[in-house]
Design a protein around this ligand. Structure first.
Ligand code: ASP
Ligand code: MG
Length: 421
């Protein structure tokens, strides 16, 4: 069987939903689970409705925009006399409206999951009904009933054993060939909705691929695959034909926005091939991510891969009494970083100071800095960029660091990293 994942950009309007149909229409002989995200930028729109709801300000016009966005797509997709989707959608929208009419609980993260999860419910209902309308038989699955997690709202962890059992019980391909379901959302023991973190639909698709021993997971995107750098930022980028799982994990870790970092593990564990390919050009081979690649770098073609991560802060931390940076200091520093969920992108230490480069997420980082300031002398530089170059050569290093002030550099056999202004 196959698992397909369609992200927000692939269902951002009626034309793209029709395109999804035409892709799926070529695969109707296969057993497929289709995972769909919220339409277009709906997750962000729901986030801003949630913020207003939670802070008791007026979200009526945002709500109307959200509702009409979906209704416009529906009316473009269906003939007027097709009533099922209208009644289904109206029920869902009033469910959301009702939720938003009661006072929020005190937990923002809990409210987030209950409300933002509607995006995926709307999109999958519309897509499923449209496929039926176009005579592709499919079953809409409410994944909230089968994908079970802990109760860490907005960052829930999968209960693998339970989910596997429930999913296999529900999806068996005896009656149906195509199942259609939501990415990103799940539920906990009490059947409250949970979510897996922004961009979590890739991960849902990987979980389903794992559970059902898929031959392949295809992530359909608006780009033709994985490139050696961000096509939106750089010219002359090269599409990679194949990369290894290890390479993919490294790239995700260094900040390449290809796929959600959590996605790789379930696939790698069962050796399930992942293909990233374009929904605009579905005939064209995308990037294959698997255990094998032709060359020993794990990348084909054999080219340097470079990633620039902006909005970095470089922090240097030194004991106030000029004592050495030793294990106790380090464990204390990491304790504070973990406490505020500050993720370290790069670190370097000398005898008397310790430097880290992290994403400048103001709330978290400022809180961590003020705590560290109590015991250490803390200095920092803002607005830096962290450049990572895999499989580097001197030419690409020059190109990337040219005329920039280098604050930190590190090179290992395959990877060169620079913190620059
Ligand atoms: N809709 C969610 C988001 O935009 C999940 C996803 O698309 O992967 O983050
Ligand atoms: Mg998305």
């Amino acid at each position: 069987m196959l698992v397909f994942k369609f992200g927000g950009a692939s269902v951002k309007n009626a034309v793209s939903v029709k395109n999804l149909f035409s892709i799926l229409n070529k695969y109707t002989d296969n057993q497929i689970i289709v995972v769909v995200s919220a339409m277009g930028k709906i997750t962000s729109a729901l986030e801003s409705i949630l913020d207003k709801y939670f802070n008791k300000s007026d979200f009526k016009s945002d709500f109307d925009i959200l509702k009409n966005f979906h209704l416009d797509i529906i009316s473009e997709l269906f003939e007027d006399d097709y009533s099922d989707i209208y009644s289904d959608f109206n029920l869902l929208i009033s469910e959301l409206e009702n939720r938003l009419s009661i006072n929020p609980s005190s937990s923002y993260d809990y409210e987030y999951d209950q409300i933002v999860s509607f995006g995926e419910i709307f999109s999958t209902k519309i897509v499923s009904e449209y496929l039926k309308f176009m005579h592709i038989k499919n079953e809409w699955i409410d994944i909230r009933k089968f994908l079970k997690t802990d109760s860490i709202y907005r960052d829930a962890k999968i209960n693998w054993e339970l989910s596997e059992r429930l999913l296999k019980n529900e999806i068996d391909f005896t009656q149906q060939k195509i199942y259609l379901t939501q990415g990103f959302i799940a539920s906990n023991q009490n059947n409250n909705v949970t979510t897996l973190g922004r961009e979590g639909s890739d991960f849902t698709a990987a979980v389903l691929a794992y559970v059902f021993d898929a031959e392949k997971l295809i992530i359909w995107k608006d780009v033709e695959g994985v490139f050696n750098s961000d096509p939106n930022e750089y010219k002359d980028v090269i599409k990679l034909d194949s990369i290894s799982f290890t390479e993919a994990v490294e790239l995700a870790y260094y900040g390449a926005k290809i796929i959600h970092p959590k996605t790789i593990k379930p696939l790698q564990n069962k050796n399930i091939v992942l293909e990233v390919k374009s929904f605009k050009n579905p005939e064209k081979q995308g990037t294959i991510i698997s255990n094998s690649t032709e060359n020993n770098l794990g990348v084909s073609p054999n080219v340097p891969i470079y990633i620039a991560k902006n909005n970095q802060i470089l922090i240097s931390i030194a004991p106030r009494d000029f004592s050495f940076i030793a294990e106790e200091n380090l464990s204390n520093i990491f304790y504070v970083l973990a406490k505020y969920r500050v993720k370290v992108n790069l670190l370097q230490n000398s005898a008397v100071s310790f430097s880290i480069c992290v994403d400048y997420d103001k709330n978290k980082v400022d809180a961590a800095l003020s705590e560290l300031n109590q015991d250490y002398k803390v200095l920092y530089n803002l607005n830096l960029t962290l450049i990572t170059i895999r499989h580097y050569d001197s030419e690409i290093i020059n190109e990337m660091t040219n005329k920039r002030k280098i604050f930190v550099q590190q090179k290992s056999r395959h990877t060169a990293r620079f913190v620059v202004d």
